[in-house]
Design a protein around this ligand. Sequence first.
Ligand SMILES: Cc1cc2nc3c(=O)[nH]c(=O)nc-3n(C[C@H](O)[C@H](O)[C@H](O)COP(=O)(O)OP(=O)(O)OC[C@H]3O[C@@H](n4cnc5c(N)ncnc54)[C@H](O)[C@@H]3O)c2cc1C
Length: 329
Amino acid sequence: MAFDIFVIAEHRDGKLKKSTGELLTVARKLAAAGGGKVLAAAIGAGASKTASDLAAWGAGTVLIAEGPALEHYSSLRWTRVICDAIATRKPAVILMTVSSLSRDLAGRIAARANAVLASDCTALSAEGGGFKLVRPILAGRALVTAAHAGPAPLLATLRPNVFAAEKPAQPGAGSIETLAVADDPKDARVTVKSFVAGGGTRPELAEAAIVVSGGRSLGSADAFKIIYELADSLGAAAGASRAAVDAGYAPHSIQVGQTGKTVSPVLYIACGISGAIQHLAGMRTSKYIVAINTDANAPILKLADYAIIGDEFEVVPLLTEEFKKALKT
Ligand SMILES: Cc1cc2nc3c(=O)[nH]c(=O)nc-3n(C[C@H](O)[C@H](O)[C@H](O)COP(=O)(O)OP(=O)(O)OC[C@H]3O[C@@H](n4cnc5c(N)ncnc54)[C@H](O)[C@@H]3O)c2cc1C
């Protein structure tokens, strides 16, 4: 039986996030294996602006929901709009990115849609009429390979930067359908009054190709500036260990790890970070890891591809200077 794949797109004011391209690449492969269709849903302010991009990524059908009721994000409204669409389209797989949005929504959607939730997948393929997926467990110490045979739909959240994003040679039909947004007073139990963007020009941490993170050893918020400077010289996002965040050197929004964000960049530079299991849980799938540490026995060195054994207060500014020269930033 043909199975359809339903992608929940992420965008900001109509500009798609890179990770949505990754979802649609996976969706096309799954749909091709099952002879099904790719549907992509975009919700919220500017959603209709994503339609041509979603088609370019291979969406056969683009489902759009926007309007005053959806101007600001609301878990309750988003869940209802998405679940109504799922109920009528009956996809075999629903895909979301591992993000703040899916952390908030995926559980609700899975419960409401009677779907099986597999979070934080690092591999997903169609196999034997069902699906095979891989996800890290025990803070990344082990990988579980699981099979899903249905008939309940599978809701999988995919870790960003792990799956390739490849546009198809031919775009999808991208036929647009508007999703109804019925007003349910129960949705007003929680309302978002305003949305304050974090600001700054650095790339978003969870999606960045390069991340430079600092740890407790920086010693102060002022000293943490050397991390931002190195990040800026590389066009990278800045991250921090929980110890640095708890000490007030960096905001929680940039914490990497089990209780922070999960990142999977091409390059992760850990400055003065010991490599506690909870930190590794958020960055161990990075392609190349560079550790700068005074301690040659720090646990992070077991995972690092390259290590600089030295004082970050000397090494980091030197690197910044060299990258600025080489990259003319
Ligand atoms: C439930 C739970 C959840 C957690 N969640 C997270 C999480 O999401 N993210 C997270 O990061 N942690 C998390 N932690 C905390 C985690 O266990 C560690 O305490 C934390 O990651 C340590 O941060 P750190 O590496 O910055 O500090 P430390 O462990 O103190 O390491 C400092 C490192 O800096 C090195 N160093 C010192 N001076 C210099 C210098 N001048 N130059 C270079 N290197 C130097 C030291 O050799 C050392 O390796 C969690 C803990 C628990 C219990």
